[in-house]
Design a protein around this ligand. Structure first.
Ligand code: 5GP
Ligand code: MN
Length: 331
């Protein structure tokens, strides 16, 4: 950690990147590091492939320098951020998780700091702070600040609290460790209002999204033994309801919440007509290994992958892989 703080202190310009489709941990961790670097009067820009999801916009300040590669039509003309001295990559199990185009650019940096809590422990940075025991990347940012005796303050407390709240599934997943609760408690003491944050993150479902959920719920299927449940969303459903991929993010939680279900699956058609699969496990089955069969990855209890097949076939491939893997586990 001392190394990383020295690199931060010893350089002037930074970019902070995270994974495609940033989640609460990605956004919260990025903002916390951003605010720390601003306090140190560094030049800093957040660069991700995708825009920040609506539900996390309440965390943003007006003048936040944020580049989404997806939104940049003339990406090649706006590359001054590439002159930064250091790239800080957060919540990414591999550099490729930033998206192919961005990964290629970050790879050229002389100094890459990699801070992450995924189990794959890929040390793609020149400086790596990786701890799969950490509940969220935000926990490692908290550790880094504690190590450096850096005051958290109200703003950063909001960022870190939101990151931990969302990455632990509101303190319901296996990563809801004593430390997760301990940091949350400290953040509340710094002034975070948990009721307000929960309202801003969870109680802002747009009407159109609710309609899409209704359509998706119609697709719900449960295996004969009741242990594997799945639901899906097609491009057609999103078109009909005027929604986007972002609207489907929490649908898998519903599948997960069904009685007796041990493996929850959610499938979504992508713009390129590939299938994005999300896998969640409530027993000991490591779904990141199943996702890895299709070139994806993630955590033991939450993983994902993209399959270049029509939705029916992709669904069957994942279920078949799960059954095969369950079989190996027992053997
Ligand atoms: P989600 O299903 O919410 O998209 O992803 C769950 C977890 O799986 C994420 O935290 C992320 O770590 C991982 N994940 C999702 N999609 C991919 C993927 O395509 N490749 C890899 N390596 N990990 C993924
Ligand atoms: Mn995370």
């Amino acid at each position: 950690m001392g190394d990383i703080l020295n690199v931060i202190k010893g350089n002037d310009s930074f970019i902070i990147s995270s994974h495609i489709n940033p989640d609460g941990d990605a956004v919260g961790s990025q903002l916390a590091v951003y605010s720390l670097l601003k306090d140190l009067e560094k030049s800093v820009c957040i660069v991700n492939r995708d825009p920040i999801p609506f539900i996390y916009k309440f965390l943003l300040e007006n003048d936040l320098p944020y580049i989404s590669l997806k939104d940049m039509e003339m990406a090649e003309n706006q590359n001054s951020w590439m002159d930064a001295q250091v790239a800080i990559v957060l919540d990414c199990a591999s550099l490729a998780r930033t998206g192919d185009a961005l990964a290629e650019k970050i790879r050229k940096f002389d100094k890459i700091i990699n801070i992450d809590h995924h189990a794959s422990k890929e040390e793609f940075g020149h400086y790596n702070l990786i701890d799969p025991e950490a509940c969220a990347t935000a926990e490692l940012i908290f550790d880094l600040m504690s190590y450096g005796d850096i005051r958290i303050g109200r703003k950063r407390a909001d960022y870190l609290y939101t990151a931990i709240l969302t990455d632990t599934g509101s303190f319901r997943y296996g990563n809801s460790t004593p430390k997760a609760h301990d940091i949350a408690s400290r953040m509340i003491k710094e002034g975070v209002n948990p009721q307000k944050i929960a309202e801003l993150v969870y109680e802002v479902i747009p009407y159109q999204q609710a309609k899409l959920f209704g359509m998706s719920l119609d697709t719900l299927e449960i295996s004969t033994d009741g242990k594997i449940a799945q639901m899906w969303v097609t491009n057609d459903m999103m078109e009909k309801t005027g929604t986007t991929a972002e609207d489907t993010e929490d649908f898998i939680d519903y599948v997960r919440s069904l009685r007796g279900v041990e493996i929850a699956l959610f499938f979504r058609e992508t713009e390129g007509n590939n299938i994005k699969a999300s896998l969640r496990s409530k027993n000991n089955l490591d779904v990141s290994k199943v996702a890895a069969v299709f070139g994806g990855g993630g955590h033991k209890a939450a993983a994902g992958c993209t399959i270049q097949e029509p939705i029916g076939k992709a669904r069957k491939m994942v279920v078949d892989a799960l059954k095969k893997y369950q079989h190996w586990e027992k053997a």
